[in-house]
Design a protein around this ligand. Structure first.
Ligand SMILES: Cc1ncc(COP(=O)(O)O)c(C=O)c1O
Length: 471
């Protein structure tokens, strides 16, 4: 029996649950929530941290699908997988080569694991501002300049669907004695259909984390970590034991099981239909006059692009993406995934139907009709200024700080991360100087309705910086 079938059979039976969770699967208290299936590690249901039964079988099936040496189902999101992978692949004090546009979970892991990041900067699109895939040559240069670096960490695909050349990056890293960890939180669906970019593990990465919940039919918080046969799976087991709950949700695990079964049985058919639907979408939006959908209405000159991501810009009309998001939301009841100043992103998946993609395409055509090309297009796209690093995160976190108004922060050392969420990529990391360019960038983001968050802000919105007297 698969985990899902076993769970249904257990919860349909007359077994009296004298165990967690406290709702006891009593429908009187569940509302629309799946209390009826919600158990944790009861007898016969294996242990997520010592998988020898039904979860062991599920892990083996996942590994087979990805041709991995080992797979680890995760129910605490890729966030836990990222921390576990970085912990398993480094020792405190190691140097890691890290692409700057990593998600906050990578920064937190770097901080927790006390490794030393050396940043590599990907090129960005001149028209829209989003990052392109990182260039293998940039990784090579960083490895040459930092002999002994242990790990290369990068995001591929990015939130916008930019896929890096993992094969070349892995070959380069391995020739320098470094390993490669890919945060493929947005890439759980890659590699399944023809005409999609392949997944990172099959391109030579040593460990890859994928959020099943982002682009596959699986519940929120489900994720997977895959490793190749050069890795010691014990290290990853141990690290996951640190970062993951000891009371995993079987509703979530059953959702992983269902997702894996679907991929085993129907991936070819489902991804072929998805491709067809995306092609149809591209055909319909080819009539757009003002709105731009890079990668769909125009070619993107990048290593590879996940065309399941729909990036929409009204730049030609001189309109910030937030206004288009608002129109989609209010007039068409379509909620995008992420809104930046210069573009917004919609995520599609095999679960989108022809009708749902047509609805988005029709809405875009309709909005397009109401737009005219502006004589004053938006200014140059917003990109984050290069960081000025004063000290490491771990050094900064141990110093004394004070709250000061944002406007007065120019030149001060930040003791907090600053980012917009999504995408959760830091503009500033603790230990970096808050330059005037940083303040200008944040000002522009705020002006276009994008909220910039920081842990270290107090109720009056002041920012936490290193005290000037601190030595
Ligand atoms: C690039 C990237 N990595 C990691 C994560 C964390 O994934 P999860 O939400 O599954 O914890 C996210 C979340 O948005 C992400 O965008």
């Amino acid at each position: 029996m698969s985990l899902y079938e076993k769970l249904i059979s257990y919860t349909d039976s007359d077994i009296l649950p004298m165990h967690m969770p406290g709702h006891k699967r009593n429908s009187e208290f569940s509302g629309a929530l799946p209390y009826s299936l919600d158990i944790t590690e009861v007898e016969g249901f294996d242990d997520l941290h010592h998988r020898t039964g039904v979860l062991g079988e599920l892990s083996a099936r996942m590994a087979k699908l990805r041709r991995a040496a080992a797979a680890f189902p995760i129910v605490c999101g890729s966030t836990a997988g990222v921390s576990a992978a970085i912990r398993a692949m480094t020792h405190p004090g190691d140097t890691v080569i890290m692409v700057r546009n990593c998600h906050k979970s990578v920064y937190h892991a770097v901080e927790l694991c006390a490794v030393k990041p050396v940043y590599v900067f990907p090129p960005s699109d001149e028209e829209f501002g989003f990052d392109y895939p990182v260039e293998p040559e940039a990784i090579e240069k960083a490895l040459e300049e930092n002999p002994g670096a242990k790990l290369v960490i990068l995001t591929s695909p990015t939130y916008e669907g930019m896929v890096s050349d993992i094969r070349s990056i892995s070959d380069i890293a391995h020739s320098h004695g470094a390993r490669v960890f890919v945060d493929a939180a947005h890439g759980a669906h890659l590699g399944y259909g023809v005409s999609y970019p392949s997944d990172a593990l099959s391109r030579g990465a040593d460990a890859v984390v994928e959020s099943l919940h982002k682009t596959l039919p699986a519940m929120t918080m489900t994720s997977a970590l895959y490793i190749n046969d050069e890795m010691n799976s014990e290290d990853f087991e141990r690290a996951l034991d640190i970062f993951e709950t000891s009371s995993p949700s079987y509703v979530l695990l059953a959702s992983v099981d269902r997702c894996v079964t679907l991929l085993e049985e129907r991936s070819t058919e489902l991804f072929a239909a998805y491709r067809q639907n995306l092609n149809m979408f591209d055909e319909v939006i080819s009539g757009l006059k003002v709105l731009q959908v890079p990668g769909h209405t125009s070619e993107l000159n990048v290593f590879a692009f996940d065309s399941g991501k729909i990036i929409i810009s009204a730049k030609k009309a001189g309109i910030p993406a937030g206004d288009i998001a608002e129109k989609l939301r209010i007039a068409y009841h379509i909620e995008p995934e992420m809104v930046c100043r210069d573009y917004l992103v919609c995520i599609t998946s095999i679960c989108d139907t022809k009708e749902s993609l047509l609805r988005l395409a029709d809405a875009l055509l309709d909005i397009d009709l109401s737009l005219a090309e502006s004589k004053t297009p938006l200014e140059a796209p917003l990109t984050y200024p290069k960081p000025r690093i004063s000290m490491s995160v771990n050094e900064a976190m141990n110093l004394r700080g004070e709250y000061i108004p944002f406007e007065a922060a120019s030149g001060r050392i930040s003791m907090t991360y600053l980012w917009a969420y999504p995408p959760g990529i830091p503009i500033v990391v603790p230990g970096e100087i808050i330059t005037q360019q940083v303040l200008d960038c944040i000002g522009k983001m705020k002006k276009s309705g994008i909220e910039v968050r920081a842990y270290g802000t107090n109720k009056s919105g002041e920012i936490f910086v290193k005290t000037e007297t601190e030595k």
